[in-house]
Design a protein around this ligand. Structure first.
Ligand SMILES: [Zn+2]
Length: 426
């Protein structure tokens, strides 16, 4: 994403020279400053034992191969941020396919094997998604979700950019990855660095620097994902906010899984492809076998486990991938036949063990929703969480982590030449 264009862009074409001049004033004319910022960014991540994802335009990579090689030793992930930093919605399907294929090829020839993509300006359409799949990427991280944590500080500038990004509200959209065919779609969270620094009004910097901690705590409470966006060029401004967020994430219990986007995509794919087999060897006794990736964690609620382990609380964590439990009802989610397919699909992706049934008499949790679309997702999850009935399901994140955090920093350009090149083509 390029914060500068978004910040200053009108509906029509912009003046390349003038905009490039703005960048010179704001960021300095040499690549040294940007490189120093990026190096410092990675150093702070290394100090906190965190790995991050840096979406990079292919054209900037072409000119800055040594930077990539230098950072690769720190296990940084480089994703593709377009061939050039352009609005993909303004490109035809064929142009998008050509840009993405060419970008993937260039990364590969430069020794980087990219598995993910983030659209410049978070702007995408169905052709973008088709082009991403066609170019062989495993994930896309272009879909924006806005957290409602800045009400008091909101401005028209912020509302405008939410609209420009096509951001959805976390109030009704669970902030978790989604399967879309072979692709995993990983949301990008707002406010990001650009919104915090330029679009929202704060009385003091302390207030601003606490916003990410609020998102972290919301995602932790709901078991979701916080994809934090901090462009390297703004690292100096928001270093403190990042450090405090990382510290807070490490202190949270149950744990927060801090991972790169490629790790999150692979986990989500593998976890949602887990096979679950249920037997009822005797009435009220259920044997649940989970064949999934390392780290897959069954969770239980209000259930008696037939095992030699000491008893736990109402929401305790199970440790095996084979469980033997005793329950007066089937401890899974029954979904009525008249609910559309989107209901069981969504619930299975969230880790629930779903059985499609005629009626709910055998199940502690029964969902009957003839009307269902994306706007009902959060409400559906809340309904299941309200139930007190015995339940076994799979945790969304590995090894019993409660939520996930991913640090990402789009590199639109590294040198002044990259910036100018980007605007000329934009
Ligand atoms: Zn960008």
């Amino acid at each position: 994403m390029n914060p500068l264009i978004v910040a200053s862009r009108g509906k029509g074409a912009w003046n390349a020279t003038k905009r490039a001049g703005t960048i010179v004033r704001r960021y300095g004319p040499t690549s040294k400053r940007m490189e120093r910022s990026l190096t410092r960014y990675v150093q702070v991540l290394v100090n906190h034992e965190v790995q991050a994802t840096f979406p990079f335009t292919a054209s900037a990579l072409e000119r800055n191969r040594s930077v990539v090689q230098r950072l690769a030793v720190h296990h940084v992930e480089f994703a593709v941020h377009g061939y050039h930093h352009v609005d993909h919605k303004a490109l035809s399907a064929e142009e998008q396919a050509a840009h993405l294929t060419k970008a993937a090829e260039l990364f590969t020839t430069r020794g980087v094997n990219p598995t993910g993509f983030r659209s410049p300006y978070l702007r995408w359409n169905d052709h973008t998604i088709a082009a991403i799949e066609q170019a062989g990427f495993e994930y896309d991280s272009s879909e924006a979700i806005a957290w409602d944590v800045v009400d008091k500080h909101a401005t028209e500038r912020y509302e405008r950019v939410l609209d420009f990004y096509g951001a959805r509200s976390a109030a009704d959209t669970p902030c978790v990855p989604r399967r879309a065919g072979n692709l995993i779609r990983i949301p990008y969270c707002l406010p990001d660095d650009e919104a915090l620094a330029d679009r929202l009004d704060f009385e003091d910097l302390g207030q601003r620097d606490r916003v990410w901690i609020e998102i972290l705590s919301e995602t932790h409470r709901r078991g979701e994902l916080f994809t934090l966006g901090l462009h390297p060029e703004r690292f100096g401004q928001l270093e403190q906010a990042l450090v405090e967020t990382l510290r807070a994430a490490k202190d949270l219990v149950p744990t927060v899984w801090i991972a790169r986007l490629d790790e999150i995509a692979r986990w989500w794919k593998a976890r949602t492809e887990s096979t679950i087999t249920v037997d009822e060897p005797s009435p009220g006794v259920f044997k649940i076998r989970i064949d999934g990736p390392d780290g897959v964690t069954p969770l239980t609620r209000n259930i008696e486990r037939i095992a030699s382990e000491p008893p736990g609380g109402a929401d305790r964590r199970a440790r095996d991938v084979e469980l033997l439990v005793s329950s007066p009802v089937r401890p899974f989610v029954g979904v009525s036949h008249r609910s559309p397919k989107a209901v069981p699909t969504f619930l299975r992706e969230q880790g629930y063990i779903v059985e499609e049934v005629e009626h709910g008499r055998a199940h502690g949790s029964f969902i009957d929703r003839p009307q269902f679309d994306a706007s009902h997702e959060r409400d559906l999850l809340a309904e299941l969480e309200r139930h007190e009935s015995p339940l076994v399901w799979l945790g969304r994140w590995p090894n019993g982590a409660q939520s996930a955090l991913s640090i990402t920093g789009d590199i639109d350009a590294l040198t002044l030449w990259d910036y100018i090149g980007r605007f000329k083509r934009g």
